[in-house]
Design a protein around this ligand. Structure first.
Ligand SMILES: Nc1ncnc2c1ncn2[C@@H]1O[C@H](COP(=O)(O)OP(=O)(O)OP(=O)(O)O)[C@@H](O)[C@H]1O
Ligand SMILES: [Mg+2]
Length: 331
């Protein structure tokens, strides 16, 4: 098979949300590396708060990562001007958000047509293509509906149609079927699968839904802002331990998922006997090799080091005889 080129790549990406609250800043992404090839479908799975939405926003150029680089279609986003970035995004990538994010003052049809209008397409052809997509998503008879008159699932289908209208090469989607009933959800997934297989559209999908994860070639497991593991196509979201492949990144960092850490008997120090190419053994250090000195007690000196005055039981801080400061000593 010919080597496909990379459509999206992030290197050592961090994101910190600054906050004035007592808890302080939130480090949402901690040094992520990810590479998506043209036409590849990748899922991101992970518990609430692990950084999935933050990851998608940083990858799509909607938010600037605090550090690290992101390149889209081989171009580093940070080096681009605002206009260049907008143009590249319009031509390459579409978003589907957790909430549908429709423009409240436009009806369904015009919401879908809007990205094409931005690209300078005339209203007639833009609306015709929008109608075709709404029909594909079984929303043809709701084209006049304003967002507030549509149900959550209907709004999401409009948002999906809007994402597809520019024929993107890459779709970044955050829980795209979260608001849909099982039947609509299946129809949307079939559409994604067709776009993936027939039109070679690449996907990065955040999901809790095993059906979504199934159509992806691989799934990345995100925990507390780090990718800890990768899974192949056939896996069980309720028991990730079976199919998990741990990731060691370029900096040599491994993060153990909580269930694995528990199985290992908790944190500690480990010997690494028999390290070979492609294999690593960990053995808990049972006998402490490094002697840790017993902690010493600290107390006020009993006698003055200058004049030998005996403090007896007093708690004076200075010597009543010579005025020297009473020192603290280790016993
Ligand atoms: N605007 C913000 N300001 C401060 N902290 C934020 C902000 N947005 C997200 N966070 C924090 O960053 C971390 C990652 O949030 P994020 O929304 O990326 O998680 P998520 O994996 O998408 O969760 P969910 O599955 O609930 O959507 C969380 O600790 C969250 O509280
Ligand atoms: Mg989220």
């Amino acid at each position: 098979m010919e080597e496909r080129s990379t459509i999206l790549e992030a290197k050592n990406m961090y994101h910190i949300y600054e906050s004035m609250s007592l808890e302080g800043n939130v480090v949402a992404l901690r040094g992520l590396n990810v590479k998506i090839k043209e036409g590849e479908a990748v899922a991101v799975i992970g518990p609430s708060g692990s950084g999935k939405s933050t990851l998608l926003k940083c990858l799509g150029g909607l938010m600037k990562p605090s550090s690290g680089s992101v390149s889209l279609g081989g171009k580093e986003m940070i080096r681009m001007t605002g206009t260049e970035l907008v143009k590249l995004r319009q031509e390459t990538v579409s978003f589907i958000f957790q909430d549908s994010n429709l423009l409240p003052d436009l009806n369904a049809l015009d919401n879908v047509a809007q990205p094409l209008r931005h690209q300078g397409v005339m209203p007639g052809p833009a609306r015709a293509k929008a109608m075709e997509l709404l029909e594909r998503l079984a929303m043809g008879d709701r084209w006049m509906g304003m967002p507030e008159q549509l149900s959550g699932g209907e709004q999401q289908r409009v948002a999906i149609a809007r994402a597809l209208i520019t024929n993107p090469k890459l779709i970044l989607a955050d829980e795209p079927t979260g608001a849909l009933d099982p039947i609509t959800s299946r129809e949307v997934l079939e559409l994604f699968e067709r776009l993936h297989e027939e039109e070679d559209v690449a996907f990065l999908l955040v999901t809790h839904n095993r059906d979504v994860a199934y159509f992806c070639e691989r799934s990345l497991e995100l925990r507390e802002g780090r990718f800890v593991a990768q899974h192949g196509t056939d896996f069980d979201l309720s028991d990730l331990s079976v199919t998990r492949e741990l990731i060691i990144d370029d900096t040599g960092t491994i993060t153990l998922p909580p269930d694995l850490l528990l199985k290992l008997g908790g944190p500690g120090r480990f010997d690494v006997p028999n390290v070979e190419r492609d294999s690593l053994n960990l053995e808990r250090v049972e006998n402490e090799k490094i002697e840790v000195e017993a902690k010493t007690k600290r107390e006020l000196a009993h006698t003055c080091p200058a004049c030998n005055y005996d403090y007896e039981n007093s708690i004076e801080q200075t010597c009543p005889e010579c005025g020297s400061t009473r020192p603290i000593v280790h016993t």
